[in-house]
Write a protein that binds this ligand. Structure first.
Ligand SMILES: Cc1cc2nc3c(=O)[nH]c(=O)nc-3n(C[C@H](O)[C@H](O)[C@H](O)COP(=O)(O)OP(=O)(O)OC[C@H]3O[C@@H](n4cnc5c(N)ncnc54)[C@H](O)[C@@H]3O)c2cc1C
Length: 362
C-alpha cells in the first residue's frame, strides 16, 4: 500500500486526535495511523479530566481553552467535588478541585470522530516503524508525507526516528475498573502502598477507576503485587484486566521539532510530573501542533512556532512540578513516617499548590 498525505499523525490518543482535527480543519490532508485495532482500547488511564477552570489555573498562558474542553455531556460520567489526600496512617485532607471522570475509550473515539468530520482519515492496526527519505515505513506499507506528527505516547518511535530527545525516568502505572458506590472525591493514597508515587480511587457511576503508580527508584517490587495489596486493603471488587503504561515524569522535552517532524503529548513529555496528568496538555498542545503544521503547508509557517508556543504555556509550570517532584523524592518518599510528616507540614493549601504545578514555598 502506498499513501500520500500532507500530514501524517502517528497515534490516535488525545494528542493525535486533537492535532489531526485542527490540521484538517485548516484544509490539510491528514492521515492518522494507530497500531491498535481499535481506538482507545484498552484503557490505560485514571480517566480524570480537570475542569477548564482548573486547567487555566495550571497553565495561565494557554489563552482561551473553553472551546477545546467543551466536551459532550455524555462523556462526563461523574462530576468530581474534590480530592482527598490520604497519608500512610489513613488521615485524609480534602482539597477543593473540580473536574469529571470520563470513559477514556469513548473520549478518545470522540476526538478521533471530530477529526474525521474535518476530513482526517484513520488507519487502525498500522504500526509506525521508521522514516526513510520522507516516507514512513509502517506495518501496512509506506506513507509519503510533508509533515509527520509523533503523538505515539511515552516511548515514541517517531521521536527516535527524528533524532529528537525521548522521555527518561518514566514511571510505570497500572489501572483497572472496580464496581461499587464511591463518594464523589478522587482519593490519592501516599506512602509504601505506592512508593514514590500514589495509588488512586477515581469515582465513576457504579464503579471507580482504581490504580497504582510507583517510582522504580523506591522499590524492587512488581506493580501487580502493589496493586494486589491496594485492592485487598480497600476490598476493591475489580472487574477488568489490569492495564499498564509508562508515565513521563521529568517535564517537557527540550526539543519538540526536527526538520519536518514534531512531537506532541506524552511523546513530548507534556505530562504533569507530580501527578501524571497528561490529557489536558495533550489537547492544548495538539491544537497548536495541528494548526502550525497546516499553516506550514499552506503558507510556510515555521514549525518552531509550535515549540515557542509550548515553551510559553508549559515550560514554567512543568519545571516547577518537576522540581516539586524531586523535592518529594528527597524529603517525602522513602518511608511512611517521612511521607506522613511532610504531608502534615505542607497542609492542604500547599498540597493543592503541588497538584496544580505551583511553587510550594514562596
Ligand atoms: C495508569 C495511567 C493513569 C493515567 N491517568 C490519567 C488521568 O486520570 N488524567 C490525565 O489527564 N492523564 C492520565 N494519565 C496520562 C494520560 O493517559 C496521557 O498523558 C495521555 O494519554 C497522553 O495522550 P497522548 O495522545 O500523548 O498519548 P497516548 O494516549 O498514549 O496515545 C498514543 C497512541 O499512539 C499509539 N502508538 C504508539 N506507538 C505507535 C506506533 N509505533 N505506531 C502507531 N501507533 C502507535 C498508541 O497505541 C496510542 O493509541 C494516565 C496515565 C497512565 C499510564
Amino acid at each position: 500500500m502506498m499513501i500520500k498525505t500532507d500530514i501524517l499523525v502517528v497515534g490516535s490518543g488525545p494528542a493525535g486526535g486533537t492535532a489531526a482535527k485542527y490540521a484538517a480543519a485548516k484544509g490539510a490532508s491528514v492521515t492518522i495511523i494507530e497500531r491498535r485495532p481499535k481506538v482507545g482500547v484498552p484503557v490505560r488511564c485514571g480517566e480524570l479530566i480537570p475542569s477548564a477552570e482548573e486547567i487555566s489555573g495550571m497553565f495561565p498562558n494557554a489563552g482561551d481553552i473553553t472551546s477545546l474542553f467543551d466536551m459532550p455531556d455524555n462523556l462526563k460520567v461523574r462530576e468530581i467535588e474534590g480530592i482527598k489526600l490520604v497519608d500512610p496512617k489513613g488521615r485524609e485532607r480534602l482539597l477543593d478541585f473540580t473536574g469529571y471522570t470520563t470513559d477514556r475509550d469513548r473520549f478518545d473515539r470522540h476526538l478521533i470522530s471530530e477529526a474525521e468530520k474535518e476530513g482526517a482519515e484513520l488507519i487502525t492496526g498500522c504500526l509506525f516503524k521508521n522514516t526513510e527519505n520522507g516516507k514512513a515505513i509502517t506495518s501496512v506499507g509506506e506513507i509519503e508525507y510533508k509533515i509527520i506528527i509523533g503523538a505515539d505516547g511515552p516511548g515514541s518511535k517517531v521521536a527516535r526516528s527524528l533524532g529528537l530527545p525521548r522521555n527518561v525516568n518514566s514511571y510505570p502505572a497500572v489501572t483497572a475498573q472496580a464496581s461499587g458506590d464511591f463518594e464523589p472525591y478522587v482519593q490519592m493514597f501516599f506512602g509504601g502502598i505506592a512508593p514514590g508515587a500514589y495509588s488512586w480511587i477515581i469515582p465513576k457511576k457504579g464503579q471507580a477507576n482504581v490504580g497504582v503508580g510507583f517510582s522504580p527508584k523506591f522499590t524492587n517490587g512488581t506493580l501487580s503485587d502493589y496493586f494486589e495489596k491496594f485492592r485487598a486493603k480497600h476490598s476493591l471488587r475489580v472487574t477488568t484486566e489490569l492495564e499498564g503504561k509508562y508515565v513521563p515524569s521529568e517535564g517537557m522535552l527540550p526539543r519538540l521539532v526536527s526538520g519536518n517532524g514534531m512531537i506532541v503529548g506524552d511523546s513530548a513529555g507534556q505530562v504533569i510530573p507530580v501527578n501524571g496528568g497528561g490529557i489536558p496538555l495533550a489537547i492544548i498542545a495538539g491544537r497548536i501542533c495541528g494548526e502550525t503544521a497546516a499553516d506550514s503547508i499552506a503558507d510556510g509557517r515555521s514549525l518552531t512556532e509550535y515549540q515557542n508556543e509550548c515553551e510559553k504555556i508549559f515550560r514554567r509550570p512543568l519545571k516547577t512540578a518537576a522540581y516539586n517532584k524531586r523535592m518529594a523524592d528527597i524529603f517525602a518518599f522513602g518511608s511512611d513516617r517521612r511521607t506522613g510528616i511532610c504531608m502534615k507540614m505542607l497542609g492542604p493549601r500547599r498540597m493543592g499548590n503541588l497538584i496544580r504545578c505551583k511553587r510550594i514555598f514562596p
